[in-house]
Design a protein around this ligand. Structure first.
Ligand SMILES: Nc1nc2c(c(=O)[nH]1)N[C@H]1C(S)=C(S)[C@@H](COP(=O)(O)O)O[C@H]1N2
Ligand SMILES: [Mo]
Length: 237
């Protein structure tokens, strides 16, 4: 496939439709996130999530749609790859660490507006895991599940094979913390940050896209930064 292909242009939709989607999306965001960590508990009454700044996070905000999320360590973490593959596999954290790693430095961009510039992520290209598992003919998409028991995400197979989509083990050159979705999260560099599922536990190859958690609340499935979610006219920054 052509990994240099440009993302498709924004779907032409009328202004009223765009505003409607944004309104629906904003409502989803305000009721969705819960602040889990003790140090953030004082802000838990704030439904905007805007005061959920992570300590030392350089501008990151903490998001979780689950009220609590278990810890997973090198001893207890597992990532399953299944669905339309020849070799369903379970990877431990140690396995993932021995695989080829790629480091990317891009801006993190949440669809609600906040942004963290020049953020290093590092991990195993998703394409590597897909190739190891052997994607079967007829496969069209990938579904991601999380050990928070609630969040899901999706990509087309073509998107999933891009070289800027990682199974991330490091953020800012350190192991990903629990608050940021560690020990392993998805990192979809060219898309809004909701695509980057935290606490990743499952990769299922499917015959069609299964819309993810926020996508059921009006957000775009193809979430290209600056070219989706009614923001096609907005500056990418
Ligand atoms: N499992 C899970 N992944 C998730 C989310 C979530 O609520 N649960 N929120 C998404 C959204 S909207 C954003 S902006 C980022 C936030 O990542 P952070 O908490 O590391 O800043 O995670 C994304 N991945
Ligand atoms: Mo977000």
């Amino acid at each position: 496939m052509d990994r240099t292909a440009e993302p498709p242009g924004g779907t032409p939709v009328g202004r009223r439709v765009v505003l409607g989607l944004l309104g629906l999306g904003a409502a989803g965001v305000t009721v969705g996130p819960y602040l889990q960590r003790a140090q953030d508990a004082v802000t838990a009454g704030d439904p905007t999530g805007l005061t959920g700044l992570l300590p030392g996070g350089g501008g990151f905000r903490y998001y979780s749609v689950a009220a609590s999320v278990p810890d997973r360590t090198a001893d207890t973490y597992a990532l399953t790859v299944d669905g339309l593959v020849d070799r369903p596999t379970t990877h431990r954290l140690a396995d993932l660490r021995t695989m080829p790693q790629r480091r990317l430095v891009r801006d993190v961009q949440c669809v609600t507006g906040w942004r963290v510039p020049d953020t290093p992520f590092e991990g195993v290209p998703l394409a590597h895991l897909l190739d190891e598992a052997g994607v079967r003919p007829g496969a069209r998409a990938v579904q991601f599940t999380c050990f928070d028991g609630a969040y899901t995400e999706s990509l087309t197979l073509e998107q999933a094979r891009r070289d800027d989509v990682l199974i991330a083990l490091k953020l800012q050159d350190a192991p990903i913390t629990h608050a940021h979705g560690g020990p392993v999260r998805l990192y979809v560099a060219p898309m809004y940050f909701y695509k980057s599922a935290k606490w990743l536990s499952g990769i299922t190859v499917t015959d069609a896209v299964r819309p993810g958690y926020w996508e059921g609340n009006g957000y775009d499935i193809d979430a290209w930064v600056g070219r989706s979610n009614g923001r096609d006219d907005a500056p990418t920054g």
